[in-house]
Design a protein around this ligand. Structure first.
Ligand code: FE2
Length: 421
């Protein structure tokens, strides 16, 4: 019997599994872009063989919420000196006057490359569809096609100025569905009235069902404890039986609700099983700006939602733009910030935060059928300079290798520190 010949053999890895706290020792063989075999001491040869020296093998990171159309524009045409959401919206209104297809595509691809080199191979990006020419959407749809061999990109039609904020917006978001956006978005707390906000959510569900798309709504991203659109999203999800296809992004007001209301709502949320997307890097800086002291943290009730078994995944929201000039695309930075801001410092809680940038994100994006290191799945995985989840988070470990659909996409040398005293 001849020994099998593979395209790629990863020797001596420590393989992370979704429900096991400790990784297991394994070799991984890859052929024809798929995982061909997983076992310790696999027999066989390969065109390329890598000794992982006991490093951690993980499914790739999932970026559940980013705005690629505004990425890499920080300082254009001016910096956000107040740091507020509203100055950011004013600056973006000016910057987007200069938006062209090439401008959007160039910055989006550059950002996706930065993300991929840090182990992100699944991205959900919002595209502002409040402009009559839909240039941001068209640019990101073109990019989705251009990067599909190495990155799975989902595009959300996001009405930044509200579906009813101006007369043409309702038509524009439906046009975005026809053009092929994967997901329909919304921003009910930024509609002109509470009634418009509720109406916008009903319209989003109608369009999602008409075009068979996922839903991801910027929901209650405000410190106002009277902003209560999450209950409307949840009720629509229950009644339409659309639960796991729906995501509520931000929901920062949930952190300010009184406990009597919050715990009633938690019970209702269990019925729908919608997804929550949390953006701790940006919301710790944007929210609480009008507070004196004590200042709120600008975060939804992450720990309580997790304890209830709700699916939570994470995003940067912004990478170097007028709302958040920092950010590198590294999902370990996001999870690290979440651990601090949500006080999820128990060992199992920190492991859960790692799952939020991996498996939970795949559930949010509804890509579980192509995600995970299992024989027969597409060979997309990352190798981290870490021994387990906790180690990866504590040190925000370097991603040594990124393998996408069987191809070695990126590698990073480890920095060398030397004691010179
Ligand atoms: Fe956002």
């Amino acid at each position: 019997m001849s020994t099998p010949a593979y395209a790629l053999l990863l020797r001596n890895g420590r393989l992370l599994k979704a429900n096991a706290p400790e990784p297991i020792a394994a070799d991984i063989a890859i052929a024809d872009g798929k995982i061909a075999a997983i076992a310790p001491n696999l027999p066989g040869t390969a065109q390329l063989e890598l000794d992982l020296e006991g490093k951690l093998v993980s499914p790739p990171f999932v970026e559940s919420h980013v705005h690629l159309d505004s990425a890499l524009t920080a300082g254009e045409p001016r910096w956000n000196e107040s740091g507020t959401l509203f100055e950011g919206i004013e600056i973006w209104r000016d910057r987007k006057q200069d938006l062209t297809l090439e401008d959007v595509k160039q910055r989006a691809v550059e950002t996706l490359k930065q993300q991929a080199m840090q182990g992100v191979l699944f991205v959900r990006s919002h595209a502002d569809v409040s402009e009559a020419n839909l240039v941001a959407l068209q640019g990101l749809l073109d990019v989705r096609e251009a990067v599909k061999d190495w990155m799975t990109l989902q595009v959300v039609a996001f009405p930044q100025d509200g579906i009813y904020g101006s007369p043409q917006n309702e038509g524009l978001i439906e046009e975005a569905m026809r053009l092929g956006a994967d997901v329909i978005g919304g921003i009910p707390h930024y509609e002109l009235t509470r009634e418009d906000g509720v109406r916008s959510i009903h319209r989003i569900f109608e369009l999602a069902q008409k075009y068979d798309r996922l839903i991801d709504i910027h929901c209650d991203e405000i410190d106002d404890d009277n902003s209560r659109f999450l209950e409307v999203v949840n009720a629509c999800a229950i009644r339409s039986n659309y639960g796991s296809k729906v995501s509520a992004s931000h929901t920062t007001a949930f952190g300010s609700y009184n406990n009597a209301y919050a715990y009633k709502l938690l019970g209702f949320l269990r019925r729908s099983q919608i997804n929550f997307i949390v953006n701790p890097l940006i919301n710790i800086t944007l929210q609480g700006r009008l507070d004196s002291y004590p200042k709120r943290r600008g975060l939804t009730r992450v720990k309580e939602l997790w304890q209830q078994g709700m699916n939570i995944s994470l995003g940067h929201d912004c990478v170097q733009d007028c709302w958040y000039s920092l950010g590198t695309g590294n999902m370990l930075d996001v999870a690290f910030m979440l651990i601090h801001v949500s006080q999820m410092t128990g060992r199992s809680e920190m492991d859960a935060c790692y799952n939020m940038v991996t498996w939970n994100g795949a559930k949010t994006l509804d890509v579980e059928n192509q995600y995970g290191i299992e024989v027969g799945n597409p060979a997309s995985l990352i190798v981290l300079d870490a021994i387990d989840r906790f180690d990866a988070l504590r040190r925000r470990s370097t991603v040594r290798y990124v393998i996408s659909k069987g191809n070695l996409l990126a590698s990073t040398e480890l920095p060398q520190m030397q004691w010179r005293a």
